[in-house]
Design a protein around this ligand. Sequence first.
Ligand code: BGC
Length: 504
Amino acid sequence: MRKPAALVASTAVFAAAAIAAVMVRQRLREARRWARAGAVLRDLQERCAAPAERLRLVADAMAAEMRAGLASNDSEGESGSSVLLKMLVTYVDSLPSGGEKGLFYALDLGGTNFRVLRIQFGGKEQRIVNQESKGVSIPQHLMSNGSNELFDFIAAALAKFVASEGEGFHLPEGMQRQLGFTFSFPVKQNSVASGTLIKWTKGFAIDEMVGKDVVAELNKAIKRQGIDMEVTALVNDTVGTLAAGRYVDNDTVAAVILGTGTNAAYIEHMSSIPKWCGPPPESGDMVINVEWGNFRSSHLPLTEFDVALDAESLNPGEQIYEKLISGMYMGEIVRRVLLKMAQDASLFADNVPPKLEIPYILRTYHVLMMHQDTSPDLRTVGINLKEIFGIENTCCKTRKLVVDVCEVVATRGARLAAAGIHGILKKLGRDIASPEKQKTVIAVDGGVYKYYPFFAQCMESTLRDLLGEEVASSVVIKLAEDGSGTGAALLAASYSQRFQAVDD
Ligand code: BGC
C-alpha cells in the first residue's frame, strides 16, 4: 500500500530533525569535553608557570639553603633533618690533573641499571688509551630485597667483566686492581673510600642498608666472588661527573646530573664550610655533594598532581625538587594529568582507559618521544598512547593535547633546573660579570639532558635569561658523556696514586 506523499515527507522531515538533534547533542557534548580538557590544561599551565622573577627567588633560596647546609652538621644525618640541603663533604679535595696512569675499574650504580667499566689511562699525553664497559639492568625485586642480594648480583657481574679483561689493558705485575665506586645516593662519607648510606632515593628501598658502610658491603660481596680488587674511591655521580669534566676542561667548577634523579656537586673553599672540623686539605678546596634533589621552597610551582605523586611515593615529603625535574617522575606527572583529563573530560573515551591508572607506566622517555614528534599527524603520539595505555584511534586534536601536557611538564622541569644552576653560580659568586671574564664550565650528564633536546635547550636558554647576556657568555654547560663512570675511575687513579706516594 502506498503512503500518501504528505506523510512520507513529514516522516522524512522528523527523521532529519531527529538526526540533526542527535548531531547537535553530540557536538555539544564534544565541545563540553574539549572545554573541560582545555580547562585542565590551562590550569596546569598556570600552576606550572615559572617566570623569571619566580626563578630568581628559587635561585636565591637554593643559595641560602646551600649556606645553611654548609654550616650545619645536622644536615648530614638522618633524613628528617631540618636542613634541606645535606651539602655532603666528599673528601675529594683535588680533582684529576690529566697525569693519571694505569688500569682502573669503575662501578656505577645509581638507577635501574648499573655499569662496569675499565679504563687504561696513559698520562698527560695519551689520556684515555683504551676503555671498555658493560651495562646491566637491575631486576626490580633487587631494589627492595636484602643488601647481600643486590651486592652479590653486582659483584657477580663485576667478576665476569674482570674475567674478560684482554689485550689493551695492563696491570703492573703484583698490583691489585683498583675500583672507583659511583654510588648515586646520599652518603655520609668518612673518607674518600668509605661512607654510610643516609637514605635511598629513586625507587630503591633496602632498609637494612641505611646507616651501613656501602664500601664495606661491596668489598664483602667482591670477596665472596673471589675477585682481587680494592675500592679506592667512593663517589656520587655528580662528583664523578665533576672529575670527568675537569679532566677535559680545567675551568669546570660544578657538575649536574639530570637523569633518573637529579643533583649537583661543586668545588667549595674550605673557609666556606663551617661544619668542617678537621685540618684543611692542602688544596684549600673540597668538592661538596649538594644533594639538591631534596630542595624545596614556597617558590616552587607545585600542582595537585605533584602533591599526590609525593604523598603516594616511597619517600613522601622528600626529594621534592627531584620530583619536579627528574626522569623518574616527569612521565608519572604527565600520566596523572592525562588521567584527570580522562576522568573529568572523557578525553579518550567514555570510560577511563584502565592502563592509564597504573602508576609509573608512562616513562619520561615516552614523554620525550611524544613531545618531540614532528610528524604532521603526530603518529608517534598515537602509537605510544596505543602501546602504553591501549588507547586506540586517537584524533589529531587529542594527540596535540597530550603533546601540550608533555611540554608544560618538561618546560617547568627545565626552567627549575636552570634556577638551581643559577643558585650554585650565586653561591660561587659567578652570577655577576667579572673583570677578568673568568670562564665557568658546568659539566652535565644524565639521560634527561642527553636525550631530551627540548629540555636541554629550554634549560640553557632560561639560564641565559637569568644571567643576562654578559655573564651568560662566560658560562658554558658542557655534556660530560659517561662522566660518572669515567670520573670514578679517574678518582680511583688519582687517589690510589696519592696513597702510593704517601706509602712510598
Ligand atoms: C640522589 C643523588 C644522585 C642523583 C642523581 C638522587 O636521587 O640522591 O645522590 O646524585 O639522584 O643520580
